[in-house]
Each structure stands twice: as C-alpha cells, then as structure tokens.
Write a protein that binds this ligand. Sequence first.
Ligand SMILES: [Zn+2]
Ligand SMILES: [Zn+2]
Length: 191
Amino acid sequence: MPHVIERATTGRAKCRGCGVPIPKDSPRVGEAVPNMFADTDGAEAMHWYHPQCAAYRRPEAFLQAVEGSDLAVPERDALVAIAAEGVAHHRLPRLDRAERAPTARATCRACRAAIPKDAWRLALLFWQDGRFAPAGFVHAACAPTYFETAHLLGRVRHATPALTDDEAEALAREFALPPPAAPPAAPGDGD
Ligand SMILES: [Zn+2]
Ligand SMILES: [Zn+2]
C-alpha cells in the first residue's frame, strides 16, 4: 500500500503522533506500515496522523502522501517545508516534547553528562517496527548539536502544546547557548 492523504471517513481514528482523534472529514495522512501481528507475509496496517503531526514525525510518509495528491490541505506548503527539514536532518522527527527534568537521573544523549533536576530537556522517541519508543533526552543547550540545526522552536511548540510563551523564550535562550563540553563518546555508542 502507498502512503495516502485523504478526508477522514470517521472521527474515530486517533493520531499516532499526538493521540488526539482526527475529526471526520478533515485531512489525515495514512502511513502504510508492516503489520507485525498478521500471519501473512507482507501484511500492512494503516497508521493515521493529522497532516501537521505527520509532517513533523513521519516526514518521508507525509511527503510521499502529498506528492501527487490534490487534496486541499491547510498550510500545505509550510508542512512540506517542515517535512523536508525533517528529512534533511534525520534526528528532528525524534523530538517528542520539551520539559523540565523531574529528576537528575537522565543522561544527555548528546554530551553524556547528567541533566540536572529542573533543567530544560528535550525528550526523544525512536520510531521502530511501527511504533514510537522512548529514547532518552538531550539538554536543551545540546539540542542544536544533536539535531544538527538550531531551527527548533516551532517544532518544540508543536510537540509541547502546554508550553507558555515565557517557557518558549527560556528554551530559545538555551538553544542559543554553547553546548556543555562533551566527554569522549563511549565505544559502540553508535547513533
Ligand atoms: Zn496529531
Ligand atoms: Zn547535553
């Protein structure tokens, strides 16, 4: 099955990106993924997203779905640009949300140093085998290094709807800081 963009035929499907149901008759993006639970080889399932959530979190599927579709999608050009950015910087779609660290137990995936309690951090998700799995955190100040772009605020605000303007400003200041010095990477750490 190719990926698709279409009008939602019901209001029952929840967006895989944000968990909010997709309203009937509004555009939705369907990503065809291998169905891990089917007995037959090659079986696929369709995962639905709001167009904006697909552009941020599943950019390849989004671009493939909108290419060749003439469905009217609000902010289509802006969403295509967001998705293209996520393809160019392949870690960007991993961004889950911004938050203040509730404990000091997590280690930054970029610099390997501990993330202090109450410090701003970005939570990451890896998409694998048709689902998103929690994949750790980076310091806000390390985010431009980790994601290989400092163009992060719009993405962070989409991913963190509860963020206030003051909090967004605090994050923007951290994105502009030099990253903490990185200790040497542990062997076999990979990507
Ligand atoms: Zn969504
Ligand atoms: Zn760090």
